[in-house]
Design a binder for this molecule. Structure first.
Ligand code: S3P
Length: 433
């Protein structure tokens, strides 16, 4: 699929975004490890979360999908069944890494693989701690790349682990394995990453405590099925927020967005750049803060994005690079080397595609330097990465003619309704096959 995007149509009105991808994965995984029924409303419709559901079904979990809600009949902490075929995580790093944590506590053999992009992504970061916890794991390329074979154990060893990188996926894999460990698993994080696993385990009744940067979990304590309402995904809202800020004359209300402080770096950065964003009607859904966001178009100025902010804005760098390309002055992004091992090398991909749009952009080892100016319409490519495709569509809204975004079908990974939502707000975006 290609997208054709033309500028000059202001965005107005209100919309919702899909259920948060990170929280949806966790609701399905933790619900499966609980006893009894878990009912999840507003579960993400993206292909990544569907992969998690498919893998769980292959492990013997009964899952019913009915009018916008999902019912999961939990198997308890280690009541899963050995799958009789490969588990396929598709494009989803979260499915693969978190599922490995769950599998570390199951006394059977399984093999997990993914699409060509996922088979290039580093897995040593989860394999190392899970092997320390007693799982037998082997993988391609010196135990670093998928496919991954795992034989778990129902006598997982609790460990104390200092996270070498601020990765929520690594932290979550250890905690899910720790649910089956006899004793206390401790995870120490130098920089906080998204904390949805901690919040959800607590919501399900797990014995998890957090003090400063130390997370402690007592394992072998059963948890009970719950009712959950998934907040809108702030990482999907980010594309609409950026579009509304950048296209002159726009005013958009995005309802029911998750505003967990470990994820709201996008609000902080856009505000630092001069955006007008109001956070309205704050409330809480199953331990996660939620609000409506009112965004008005604004003139932006360049800024600096680096630690400790970076982990809070990790997935939003492609769209922030577009905002920086239209801002006055220079934006410097640092401490972002992790972006090189996402669905694609996002630093290289952003630099290459925005360069085609006449943006003055320089790649550094751990970030980007972007000088704002006028964007020229061009034929650009998503590199098969959903966040790249949507960021480039936003760039097309402020370029000087028709922008074509090639290979845009990957948008379905996280936000299948992106085009419909953008069109309903007034954007001139068309899909062609
Ligand atoms: C995610 C964690 C982040 C993020 C990814 C989703 C999660 O990855 O980039 O999109 O749901 O835990 P890392 O843990 O690799 O930083």
């Amino acid at each position: 699929m290609i997208l054709s995007v033309t500028p000059d149509k202001k965005l107005n009105g209100s919309c919702c975004v899909p259920g948060d991808k990170s929280i949806s994965h966790r609701a399905a995984l933790i619900g499966s490890m609980a006893e009894g029924k878990t009912v999840i409303h507003n579960f993400s419709k993206g292909a990544d979360c569907y992969r998690t559901l498919q893998c769980l079904k292959a492990l013997g979990v009964e899952i019913q999908q009915e009018d916008g809600k999902i019912c999961i009949f939990g198997r308890g902490l280690n009541g899963f069944c050995e799958p009789d075929d490969l588990l396929d995580a598709g494009n989803s790093g979260t499915t693969m890494r978190l599922l490995l944590g769950l599998l570390a506590g199951q006394d059977f053999f399984s093999v997990i693989t993914g699409d060509p992009s996922l088979r290039r992504r580093p897995m040593g970061r989860v394999i190392d701690p899970l092997v320390k916890m007693g799982a037998e794991i082997s993988a391609r390329c010196d135990n670093t790349l998928p496919p991954i074979c795992i034989r778990g154990t129902n006598t997982v060893h609790p460990i104390e682990y200092i996270l070498p990188i601020p990765s929520a996926q690594v932290k979550s894999a250890i905690l899910l394995a720790g649910m089956n460990a006899k004793g206390q698993t401790t995870v120490i994080q130098r920089l906080p990453s998204r904390d949805h696993t901690e919040r959800m385990l607590q919501y399900f009744g797990a014995a998890l405590t957090i003090k400063d940067n130390v997370i402690c979990l007592q394992g072998k304590r059963p948890i009970k099925g719950q009712q959950l309402q998934i907040p809108g995904d702030i990482s999907s809202a980010a594309f609409i927020m950026a579009a509304a800020v950048l296209v002159p004359g726009s005013e958009v209300l995005i309802r029911d967005v998750g505003i967990n402080p470990t994820r709201t770096g996008i609000l902080d950065v856009l505000k630092m750049m001069g955006a007008q964003i109001d956070v309205l009607e704050q409330r809480s859904w199953n331990g996660e803060p939620v609000a409506d966001l009112l965004i008005r178009s604004s003139k932006l100025k360049g800024t600096e994005i680096k630690n400790p902010l970076l982990p809070r804005v990790l997935d939003e760098i492609p769209v922030l690079a577009v905002a920086a390309a239209a801002a006055e002055g220079e934006t410097v992004i640092s401490d972002a080397a992790e972006l090189r091992v996402k669905e694609t090398d996002r630093l290289k991909a952003v630099a290459s595609e925005l360069c085609k749009m006449n943006v003055e952009i320089k790649e550094k080892a751990d970030g980007l330097i972007i000088r704002g100016g006028k964007l020229r319409a061009a034929r650009v490519n998503s590199w098969g990465d959903h966040r790249m495709a949507m960021a480039l569509a936003v760039a097309g809204l402020i370029a000087d003619g028709e922008t074509i975004v090639e290979d845009a079908g990957c948008i379905d990974i996280s936000f299948p309704a992106f085009l419909d939502v953008m069109k309903a707000l007034g954007a001139a975006i068309r899909a062609e096959n």
